[in-house]
Design a protein around this ligand. Structure first.
Ligand code: HBI
Ligand code: FE
Length: 294
């Protein structure tokens, strides 16, 4: 994921060796707090009935309904009691090994900055709204909290094996863009979707993307996009089933996928459990919110 321009290779001035910085909550301006409120209110108009129960419960448990950018000191007091996780402020994307080490120790690195009012719909790098509104509510769910720690612990190993790209795909298609099956239908748990006004609807309701049953090895081989809506979403039966995946022998899986070709984003395999065989009409129309075909 180093397509972003702000990836430094040493902690920027003011950051600790683990890349954390003070949140400095008192320094946020009214405009910055208002940006959070605008984004929050937009999401809360569309997420009921689309976001999974664990996410909605997390918003309540962490009292994220207040106005403005949350104060990590207050939020962490509640989060730590629930699952032992804390949120630490970072200046932006941090190196993979630093990222994994934080997750392995139940620390979630959240961007300290917030997007500008004229960038509401699309940001290159995860800001405090993507990270805290998108990711943190799920960390209040004990099972998902265990999954995120296991992911962090797996990261160091994937790096050592030179197979980070396979593990990054697992993160992408679960933590960032995952869907879940529920008796009421498909629901969102991925942070990249739940923090996006447009993709929250597109991921569940548009005929364009494929929606396929989650399969660990298959996901590890599947390419993804970082610049537009996903063309495939993977569906887990439950958070418990996702956690159970982490007890598999990743070494053997890495060895198998190492020599196999990556799977094109649009591909549907004979072995796939197909919830939706998408038309890919959105991507073929040029994507990026389907500009009118010129
Ligand atoms: N750094 N702050 C931050 N947030 C991320 O989500 C993040 C990161 N560094 C690396 C990274 N994600 C991905 O490359 C890993 O998931 C593989
Ligand atoms: Fe994210």
């Amino acid at each position: 994921m180093s397509d972003f321009e702000h990836v430094f290779d040493t902690p920027p001035p003011g950051a600790a060796a683990d890349w954390t910085i003070p949140q400095d909550w008192d320094a946020y301006t009214d405009v910055e707090h208002q940006t959070w409120v605008t984004l929050y209110e937009r999401q809360m108009k569309i997420l009921p009935g689309r976001a999974c129960d664990a996410f909605m419960k997390g918003l309540d448990a962490l009292d994220l309904h207040g106005g403005g950018i949350p104060d990590f000191r207050k939020m962490n007091a509640a989060l730590q009691k629930l699952t032992g996780w804390t949120v630490v402020a970072v200046p932006g994307l941090v190196p993979d090994d630093v990222f994994f080490d934080h997750l392995a120790n139940r620390r979630f690195p959240a961007g300290q900055f917030i997007r500008k009012p004229d960038q509401l719909d699309y940001i290159q790098e995860p800001d405090v709204f993507h990270d805290v509104f998108g990711h943190v509510p799920m960390l209040s769910d004990p099972t998902f909290a265990d999954y995120m720690e296991a992911y962090g612990k797996g990261g160091a190993r994937a790096l050592a094996l030179g197979q980070l790209k396979n593990l990054a795909r697992l993160y992408w298609y679960t933590v960032e863009f995952g869907l879940m099956e529920t008796p009421q239908g498909l629901r969102i748990y991925g942070a990249g979707i739940v923090s996006s006004k447009t993709e929250s609807v597109f991921s569940l309701e548009d005929a364009s993307p494929n929606r396929l049953g989650f399969d660990l090895e298959r996901v590890m081989r599947t390419l993804y996009r970082i610049d537009d809506f996903q063309q495939v979403y993977f569906v887990i039966p439950s958070i418990e089933s996702l956690l159970a995946e982490t007890t598999k022998d990743f070494g053997a899986i890495y060895a198998r996928v190492k020599d196999q070709p990556d799977l094109p984003i649009e591909e549907v395999l004979a072995a796939d459990k197909v919830f939706t065989r998408g038309t890919q009409a959105y991507a073929r129309a040029g994507g990026r919110f389907a500009k009118k075909a010129s």
